[in-house]
Design a protein. Sequence first.
Length: 155
Amino acid sequence: MWRRVLNEVVIYTDGACKGNPGPGGWGVLLRSADGSEKEICGGELVTTNNRMEMMAVIEALTALKRPCAVVLHLDSQYVLKGITEWLVGWKAKGWKTAAKQPVKNVDLWQRLDALVAGGGHSIDWRWVKGHAGDPGNERADALANAGVEKALGRG
């Protein structure tokens, strides 16, 4: 039986915000199985930390040009639990929380859901402790901070 072999990609994502809300940035480190790397970052002038954490994952998955076997490292419990635990319930309740409140950042959750559902990727979501010396997470953090500088017109 023929099976498509997916390219393997390791991704580290992070978000940063100077004030919450305030100027923020997102950063992504993509590393393919052959060792090649790509770094991307960006930011917004008025945003929140959670939005930047989500944008990092959205931009990372958008950067993939074909279905991949992804190991995605992130230090945001909000994004990890949102995508792996809460999303199904939110959708079933018409994008309302268990407390019947509108889901915050619904625009980004819908974008992320579409990317995960429609991208053809196999994604292994892995939480890493932020600011704890993990080289990939530290690089994504530096890129997120560079994204803040870009948003402020200094990067």
